[in-house]
Design a binder for this molecule. Structure first.
Ligand SMILES: Nc1ncnc2c1ncn2[C@@H]1O[C@H](COP(=O)(O)OP(=O)(O)OP(=O)(O)O)[C@@H](O)[C@H]1O
Ligand SMILES: [Mg+2]
Length: 250
């Protein structure tokens, strides 16, 4: 069974893209076959992987809007990539009146899914149609969140969306794989929020060890590299490996 994991949080800048790429790399290093899927018209994942989105003629857009077979770029840092570009921003409007739109990504991935152990989907920071398509295609959701009060307040909205999808039957089997506290620092507010998140999720889903705020993540992405390739000895690499080890037991 392929684990299809959406990195989702409607809040912006929580590390969805960074963690999809870095955990994908960690899983690939452990021998897992990994496909990364960029579902964000901003195309940050496509850029972080070293591509120029506007130069790509075939992206996920054609697969979602026109049901074209997926066009996968092979073997970038041991992972495959289904890229996006700005043309994906037309999806909202184009799919508004489309039939069976919720399953468009799920159906696009179905023919290639057996070739992978993990498909990691990088969602945009919205609750719009592209996120819904991603969640409907997924077996699991991973929630990267910042240990800040604002993110904590947004959790209710996030959990409400997930349970609505589960109850409406469009994603009835969707499970929460866990929460990844990211951009964590040593302030008392960060620690208090982390404790509150652990309490809120107790009995619901695991809260993984927090990933510290570290400028090396941004430096690595500027070099189009996963952190573990940029600085293998960085302390956050060990945490990423612990999380990916956990994902292997899903
Ligand atoms: N642990 C971290 N420490 C320091 N910087 C980080 C960390 N995680 C992510 N960043 C940086 O924060 C910025 C936002 O990260 P990223 O793009 O992964 O978030 P996102 O949730 O995908 O954003 P968006 O909501 O816009 O899609 C990037 O510049 C990234 O390099
Ligand atoms: Mg992103």
């Amino acid at each position: 069974m392929t684990n299809v994991i959406s990195f989702f949080n409607q809040a912006g800048g929580t590390g969805k893209t960074t963690l999809a790429m870095n955990l994908g790399y960690s899983l690939a290093q452990r021998g897992q076959r990994v496909l990364l899927v960029d579902m964000d018209p901003q195309s940050s994942l496509t850029v972080f992987m070293g591509l120029q989105p506007h130069e790509l003629e075939e992206t996920i857009t054609q697969s979602i809007l026109d049901r074209a077979p997926v066009s996968i770029l092979k073997d970038i840092h041991n992972m495959d990539l289904l890229p996006s570009n700005l043309t994906l921003s037309a999806a909202d409007v184009r799919l508004a009146t489309a039939i069976a739109k919720e399953t468009r990504l799920k159906k696009a991935l179905a023919p290639v899914a057996p070739e992978y152990d993990f498909i990691l989907v990088d969602c945009p920071p919205t609750l719009g149609v592209l996120s819904i398509l991603s969640l409907v295609a997924s077996t699991h959701i991973l929630i990267p969140m910042q240990t800040q009060f604002k993110s904590f307040v947004g959790l209710d909205l996030l959990l409400g969306t997930i349970s609505e999808l589960q109850q409406e039957g469009v994603a009835s089997d969707l499970k929460i794989a866990g929460v990844i506290p990211n951009l964590h620092d040593r302030t008392s507010q960060s620690r208090e929020i982390l404790e509150a998140v652990i309490e809120q999720f107790s009995g619901v889903a695991p809260v993984f060890p927090p990933i510290p705020r570290a400028v090396a993540f941004a430096d690595a992405s500027m070099q189009y590299l996963p952190l573990a390739a940029y600085d293998p000895k960085h302390s956050a690499v060990e945490i990423l490996n612990v999380i990916s080890e956990n994902l292997e037991t899903l």
